[in-house]
Design a protein around this ligand. Structure first.
Ligand SMILES: Cc1cc2nc3c(=O)[nH]c(=O)nc-3n(C[C@H](O)[C@H](O)[C@H](O)COP(=O)(O)O)c2cc1C
Ligand code: SF4
Ligand code: SF4
Length: 259
């Protein structure tokens, strides 16, 4: 089994690790091959692994406005040849609702002749740390993660038993995703964002944000952090800035960094 994922702030990485561990710990056809897990940030390695893979691919990503993060869409489209004939199971993480989170990549994969065998939607703590909506206590977040882990265990068991879940893949899910969000927010995820704000009066030039950005969007130049306008809105730098100096959708980072 080959696991390929993108995770801005760690939720999706947690989920794909749990899922692959659950499948691998059962004695079954899928666990017979050693599993490998690679982020699309290591793009060359991920593509090589996909080319070599003869087995099922588990593909995981977070949902942004009921759509794919731009970095994920680009990875799928730029490597369109590797999906031909692949059996793909999709994991989507989200803060509350996506409608057809798994469906958005499934439709793209099918264009490139992949076979979508199922999908699971997993609610995880919301990562948008500069907006108060959906922010919960650490205790509540722990409960959300426990529920997510249980859902992933069940999904793994169903997959092993030949009845993988089909979250987000129906026509009704597509309508929910479209009318629930995509229609109104489509332009937000269509391009990389140039909306990242860095408060220079708070920034201590530690360089943390520069090092963690998956898009290499940030540089320290003349004692200032400069953005190149190619942010995929992953919220990693915003969560990790020790000075809470970075924002994107909101105006102020409201919560401590994600655990
Ligand atoms: C720009 C952006 C848009 C988001 N849109 C949605 C959404 O439409 N629905 C939802 O339930 N969660 C939404 N979320 C929350 C994330 O999908 C969720 O927290 C996810 O688990 C983050 O995964 P990660 O930690 O792997 O990056 C959004 C997050 C971001 C950063
Ligand atoms: S992580 Fe924050 S404090 Fe450090 S350089 Fe970036 S913006 Fe400045
Ligand atoms: S600039 Fe920040 S939010 Fe944007 S892609 Fe880079 S790490 Fe993610």
């Amino acid at each position: 089994m080959t696991g390929i994922y993108f995770s801005g702030t760690g939720n999706t990485k947690h989920c794909i690790e749990k899922f692959i561990a659950a499948v691998s710990s059962n004695k079954n056809q899928l666990s017979g091959h050693p599993a490998q897990l690679i982020s699309i940030e290591e793009s060359d390695c991920a593509v090589e692994a996909l080319k070599a893979s003869q087995n099922m691919v588990v593909f995981a990503y977070p949902i942004y406005y009921s759509n794919l993060p731009k970095i994920v869409r680009d990875f799928i489209v730029e490597n369109k040849d590797v999906w031909n004939g692949k059996k793909i199971f999709i994991i989507c993480t989200m803060g509350l609702f996506s409608g057809d989170g798994a469906g958005v990549s499934a439709r793209l994969f099918r264009q490139y002749n992949a076979d979508i065998i199922g999908g699971v939607h997993v609610i995880m703590p919301d990562c948008i740390c500069d907006v108060k909506l959906l922010k919960f206590s650490p205790d509540k977040n722990r409960k959300i993660i426990e529920k997510a882990d249980a859902k992933l265990e069940t999904a793994a068991r169903k997959l092993i038993n030949g009845k993988p879940p089909q979250n987000g893949l129906s026509f009704f899910a597509r309508l929910a995703g479209l009318f629930g969000q995509r229609l109104w927010f489509y332009n937000t995820t269509r391009h990389y964002s140039d909306k990242l704000k860095i408060r220079n009066t708070s920034c201590i030039r530690c360089g943390k944000c520069v090092g963690v950005c998956p898009m290499h969007n940030l540089t320290l130049s003349n004692g200032k952090v400069i953005t190149a306008g190619k942010c995929t809105m992953c919220y990693r730098c915003i969560n990790q800035c020790p000075q809470k100096a970075i924002t994107l959708i909101g105006k102020k980072r409201t919560t401590p960094p994600a655990e």
